[in-house]
Write a protein that binds this ligand. Structure first.
Ligand code: ADP
Ligand code: ZN
Ligand code: MG
Length: 527
């Protein structure tokens, strides 16, 4: 028998609609002055009536569809009652027994040898819409602010300020089945969810901004056989711990790791958890801490929201905007159509803009390749023959080199000035050995900043690679004559001096010499 973790996630995604979930207030309140994007509806004043935001509903349904959920024909909203200062109405409008989506799944690819499996099918229990609460800002107030405040004793008081701008912001809550085998799988699921939300353009899904956050549920379970591990075939589960409000991918992984160790120890001491508990992640201490005994469902006194009509989704679900190609399909296509490795495909599709840019470059590259007319054959044969090598160049220069330059100059794919056509020409120039690596980097930087095309930059700056052997020979003769003792040393077997000579040649030509030709020439001369 051995112990294995059982993990399920409850995720909140903040939808980037124009207005809030049930009123016309601006939904960009986090960037506005506190308590300015509020109205009597999101403040829950008596006599006001909520109205369902159709865009939020469509965004929710799109996410549900991307997660292979069943979109229900009938759905409704419910009131979940509890008291907290961030909840102006005294209840939250959520969905209880009739969510908009149910019974989905998402397949994950786990690129780690340490994980028990390479692929994981995670079932989605449900996805429902609800409104967010306000934001509490905890602070220790200063004496001046507390003059006359009872209980402050004129010194210090721990107080909370409330910014209601966030109250009423639309959220989609996604609940998974307890199908994760490891903290890594949970993290990868969150990353995939972020990517899907961004592809669908329904949320920025930034964890740092709290637009994507999750509660992670975890228990341990003794099993005999890993093959019978999925919860479907061995349904007995043990009381879980819920780790609230994780707001970074790293904390999802670390908090679960910590909890696995903590609970394993309890099991080994013959003292496994006997009741559910709620814990928080203390990022400074890197530990989870007990929070409170969780409310039970019955404590919330859910009942159907009387101010909102039930939802008939039969028509809406057929009129949704069409589903764009999702990240998984795009990755697969990048591998199959262009011959990228799975790592390359992953990097290039992790940002939809980068993926589109890459595809535009590739299509331009194909034109360049055919225009060169260097190889015989049909269009398909020429492309097939060259694409592996071109793709390697493309990924190296696009992701590593351009990526580095963009970080350095604080740019992104949306703000650089390089057209796909110019980038394709640039890659072709490297492919044809017209420019050397260091020179190419200079050209790329100028392309990014000015939008000029690479051949123009090369001509203007006199940067073409020197591949003329007569010219190179003269230069190398000069270097050998100027360094007789190094030349002697190399001839006597000190091979490390080869690099010295190559370096001298590159210096003398400002990086323009063709390095391979230089090496061959030096070897020949100093035989
Ligand atoms: P609750 O009634 O406490 O809200 P749910 O059954 O609705 O519990 O499940 C909430 C989340 O906890 C889901 O993501 C689910 O997969 C996960 N979960 C449920 N039971 C367990 C368990 N025993 N161990 C780990 N995760 C669990
Ligand atoms: Zn409002
Ligand atoms: Mg629940």
């Amino acid at each position: 028998m051995h112990l294995v973790p059982v993990i399920g996630l409850e995720i909140h995604i903040q939808l980037k609609t124009k207005s809030k979930m049930f009123c016309g207030c601006d939904n960009s309140g986090e960037d506005q002055k506190p308590n300015t994007t509020i109205c009597p509806i999101c403040m829950g004043h008596p006599g006001t009536l909520p109205v369902i935001n159709k865009q939020a509903l469509e965004y929710g349904l799109l996410m549900g569809k991307a997660l292979n959920c069943e979109i229900k024909n009938f759905s409704k909203f419910d009131r979940k009652q509890y008291f907290y200062p961030d909840l102006p109405k005294g209840y939250q409008i959520s969905q209880y027994d009739k969510p908009i989506c149910e019974n989905g799944w998402l397949n994950l690819v786990i690129p780690s040898k340490n994980n028990l499996r390479e692929e994981a099918k995670i079932r989605i229990n449900r996805a429902h819409l609800e409104e967010d609460a306000a934001k509490l800002i905890h602070e220790v107030s200063h004496p001046e602010r507390l003059k006359g405040v009872e209980g402050s004793h004129g010194s210090k008081l721990e107080a909370s300020l409330v910014d209601y701008n966030r109250a009423g912001t639309p959220l989609l809550e996604i609940v998974t089945e307890p199908d994760f085998y490891s903290s890594l799988e949970a993290k990868i699921f969150m990353q995939e969810l972020r990517l899907i939300a961004r592809y669908l353009d329904v949320s920025t899904a930034d964890m740092e901004k709290g637009h994507l956050r999750c509660d992670a549920n975890i228990s341990m379970r003794p099993i005999v056989d890993d093959a019978k591990r999925d919860t479907g075939s061995l349904p007995k589960l043990y009381p879980k711990t819920e780790i609230k409000n994780l707001n970074s991918f790293r904390s999802v992984e670390r908090a679960l790791e910590y909890e696995i160790k903590r609970q394993t120890k309890l099991w080994e001491e013959d003292n496994p958890p006997t009741k559910q508990s709620t814990r928080g992640w203390n990022d400074a201490k890197q530990i989870t801490e007990e929070q409170r005994i969780k409310e039970e469902e019955k404590d919330y006194r859910y009942f159907p929201e009387p101010d909102l009509p039930p939802l008939d989704l039969t028509e809406l679900k057929f009129n949704l905007k069409s589903m764009p190609e999702l990240p998984q399909a795009k990755r697969k296509r990048f591998e199959e159509q262009y011959g990228f490795t799975s790592e390359e495909a992953k990097i290039l599709t992790d940002d939809n803009k980068l993926a589109n840019y890459t595809e535009n470059i590739i299509s331009e590259l194909e034109s360049w390749l055919l225009a060169l007319g260097e190889t015989e054959g049909t269009k398909e044969e020429i492309i097939e023959e060259n694409k592996k090598k071109l793709n390697k160049l493309l990924v190296g220069w696009l992701v590593n080199k351009l990526g580095g330059l963009m970080t350095q100059h604080k740019r992104d794919i949306g703000t650089i000035k390089i057209t796909p056509e110019n980038f394709a020409e640039f890659i072709t120039m490297i492919y044809q050995n017209k420019i050397s690596g260091p020179v190419a980097l200079k050209i790329l930087e100028e392309m990014m900043l000015t939008g000029k095309d690479p051949s123009q930059i090369m001509d203007d700056g006199n940067m073409a690679q020197i591949s003329n052997s007569d010219e190179l020979e003269t230069i190398i003769d000069e270097i050998i004559n100027a360094n007789p003792s190094e030349a002697e040393g190399y001839k006597n077997g000190k091979e490390t001096l080869l690099q010295f000579f190559i370096g001298q040649a590159m210096k003398k030509t400002q990086g323009k010499a063709n390095p391979q030709m230089v090496e061959n020439l030096i070897k020949n001369k100093l035989k």
